[in-house]
Design a protein around this ligand. Structure first.
Ligand code: CP3
Length: 365
């Protein structure tokens, strides 16, 4: 299936900067297939999180749940996790209920621990289940909306692999970049190589657009971001289109979401991505000024607004859409980060309805 076979291709068009005929912004939300949905909790049941990711029937069913519930959603995102890449590199990762991911043996000493990682990872052998889930989901979608593939950014994955899970201080991975910059770059390169192969195969399997999640970009000083994150983000955006061209496949739009990296927006607009995702700490109008039409912007309502009731949601949507009005249609609506487990699914429906309603007013002016 090519992108021309997708019935609702509003999001793909806006990602590519083709805004003609777009009457209100396309929309989706990060973590849209997750614990705030009762149907997700029912399907997941007591299954282990990664076992669900490895089961194409369950993973595709969960991916479809928000698409089936919300008519206004303009894209699906494959149900998986950024931490499947460290698993492919040979690390054990467990998902602990209500606590999040945990690595029983994180990387600590570069002299010893880099050697533990697999060389020449065969992503088809290690991550074939993701491609199977993508193929299954594409069948279920039947071209209704496009499907996002995704990968964690090398810096964010490196942080998890060294910290061993979520972190407040990032002391261990900061020790690496400051004490062992060369070994850190060796690790970042190993991760980058797998990320590129992984995205290539996701597109081969049917992903229509891809997103790179640099969730911990905001932990870096601007010069450290330029040294330890940006070059690897750029390698991904430069290499994927070449790989696809070599296979005779169409280029897919690429999104980078570098959370907290408002300091790097100028660099991100020149990093080879079609779409730049913004968290809620960016002022939309300021971001539009910096972007100067070079990329499509995605975001950025504070996800906690969804706890504020209908008035707060309506006001938040209005402020967001008016803030992005200067982007002249180069805007994909999203939250500034993933939707959280306590949100009432009906309030998310209201959010989408307001995006359509207020979006038509703003775009009609
Ligand atoms: O709907 C979607 O967005 C697609 C699926 C998706 C998941 N994780 C499912 C998931 C995607 C795109 C991700 C990406 C991901 N995973 C990121 C980048 C985005 C971000 O949030 O910054 C990160 C950092 C991870 C790592 C990760 N996975 C964490 C920190 C956690 C625990 C968070 C929590 O909410 O407890 C996970 C688990 C996870 N990934 C869940 C889901 C639906 C919850 C698992 C459960 O059912 O208990």
């Amino acid at each position: 299936m090519t992108s021309t076979d997708i019935k609702n291709d509003r999001l793909l068009r806006v990602a590519k900067g083709q805004v003609e005929g777009i009457e209100y912004p396309p929309m989706w939300v990060m973590r849209q297939a997750g614990r705030y949905l009762p149907e997700y909790n029912a399907t997941k049941g007591d299954n282990d999180f990664f076992a669900v990711c490895r089961n194409k029937e369950l993973a595709s069913t969960i991916t479809m749940q928000p698409i089936e519930r919300y008519d206004l959603i303009d894209a699906a995102i494959i149900f998986s996790d950024i931490l499947v890449v460290p698993q492919a590199l040979g690390m054990t990762v467990e998902m602990i209920e209500k606590r999040g991911p945990s690595f029983p043996q994180p990387l600590r000493d570069p002299k010893v621990d880099l050697a533990r990682l697999s060389k020449n990872v065969d992503v088809v052998a290690e991550l074939g289940y993701v491609f199977d889930a993508i193929k299954e989901t594409k069948k279920k979608l039947g071209g209704k909306v496009p499907l996002y593939g995704f990968v964690g950014a090398p810096w964010t994955l490196m942080s998890y692999m060294i910290e061993g899970g979520g972190s407040k201080m990032f002391t261990e991975c900061k020790k690496w970049i400051f004490q062992y910059p060369e070994e850190s770059k060796e690790l970042l390169q190993m991760v980058t190589d797998v990320c590129i192969d992984f995205l290539e195969q996701q597109v081969v399997a049917g992903a229509d657009i891809v997103q790179v999640f640099d969730s911990w970009a905001g932990e870096l000083a601007p010069h450290d971001f330029r040294e330890f994150s940006l070059p690897y983000l750029r390698q991904i955006s430069a290499e994927l289109p070449k790989r696809l061209a070599a296979r005779g496949l169409e280029k897919v739009p690429m999104t980078v979401f570098a959370k907290g990296a408002w300091y790097a927006l100028e660099d991100l607009c020149e990093s080879g991505y079609d779409v730049v995702g913004l968290d809620w700490t960016f002022d939309p109008a300021e971001a539009v000024k910096i972007a100067r039409g070079r990329v499509t912007l995605q975001g950025n309502l504070d996800p906690n607004t969804l706890y504020g009731g209908r008035d707060a949601i309506k006001k938040g949507v209005e402020r967001m859409l008016k803030g992005f009005a200067g982007a002249k249609g180069r805007h994909i609506v999203n939250l500034g980060h993933g939707i959280t487990p306590g949100v009432n699914p009906d309030d998310l429906a209201y959010f989408f309805e307001q995006v359509e309603k207020i979006g038509r007013e703003v775009y009609g002016q």
